[in-house]
Design a protein around this ligand. Structure first.
Ligand code: SAM
Length: 228
């Protein structure tokens, strides 16, 4: 038997993940090296197969230190930013999280590895469908995707322990603040499209909200009625 047939049989039988070492490198050099220590986040980043969330022609770049195009002029965020936003909300089991801006579904999958349920809204129906297919194929049963404008949040499933918004707007939508549980955290890029934006952390404590700027970022714009 030729050696490449043996390799193929080995991979097929033992279901070896050919990207595991790239993923390990990504977590070590792009995420841990930049100071992220939240254990569950690191574990999730190591587990979720990012190469399934990018277009086929981008698979070889899936674990690089940058955002990548996913079609419809949208992007899957840089791995470090996904890890940073995830760690910022201190996710843990038992939590219910809302994400606005499903995109490829990658951030939702990372959250779904840690929390009980992820509700995620995507304004572009084609991307919502693609993300649904990817998450179904990978067996994520604790993610619910809806196609629509996420500005108003998802009242039916509120309140949420945390909210992550992955598109930039010049303010934090009030409905998202209202749908945040007491003690909850919301993370979102705030600023103008095409300019440097501020990644903001909003916390709700004893009925009051506080806001902090975490870092400078550059996200795609929040679209829809309010985004105009
Ligand atoms: N979280 C995504 C991932 O893991 O691939 C990356 C998301 S991409 C940076 C931002 C996404 O937000 C885009 O897919 C865009 O269509 C979506 N978006 C923009 N405005 C929105 C809105 N008003 N409601 C819901 N989704 C929106």
């Amino acid at each position: 038997m030729k050696y490449w047939v043996l390799i193929f049989v080995f991979y097929a039988v033992f279901q070896v993940d050919p990207y595991a070492s790239e993923r390990k490198r990504m977590v070590k050099h792009q995420i841990e090296a930049r100071g992220i220590t939240h254990k569950a986040t690191l574990k999730a980043m190591y587990k979720v197969p990012r190469h399934h969330f990018v277009p086929k022609y981008m698979v070889t770049y899936a674990y690089e230190d940058r955002p990548l195009p996913i079609g419809n002029n949208q992007t899957i965020s840089q791995p470090y930013i996904v890890a940073y936003m995830t760690a910022t909300i201190s996710p843990k089991s038992g939590m219910k999280v809302l994400e606005v801006g499903t995109g490829s579904g990658y951030q939702a999958a990372v959250l779904a590895e840690i929390v009980d349920h992820v509700y995620t809204i995507e304004i572009i129906p084609k991307l919502a469908q693609k993300a649904t297919n990817t998450l179904d194929m990978l067996g994520y049963e604790n993610v619910t995707i809806r196609s629509g404008d996420g500005y108003l949040g998802w009242e039916e499933h509120a309140p949420f322990d945390a909210v992550i918004v992955t598109a930039a707007l010049n303010h934090i939508p009030q409905p998202l603040i209202e749908q945040l549980k007491e003690g909850g955290s919301l993370v979102m890029p705030v600023g103008k499209h095409g300019e440097i934006q501020a990644l903001k952390l909003l916390k709700k404590r004893r009925g009051k909200t506080t806001e902090n700027n975490l870092m400078a970022v550059r996200f795609v714009p929040f679209t829809g009625k309010q985004g105009k």
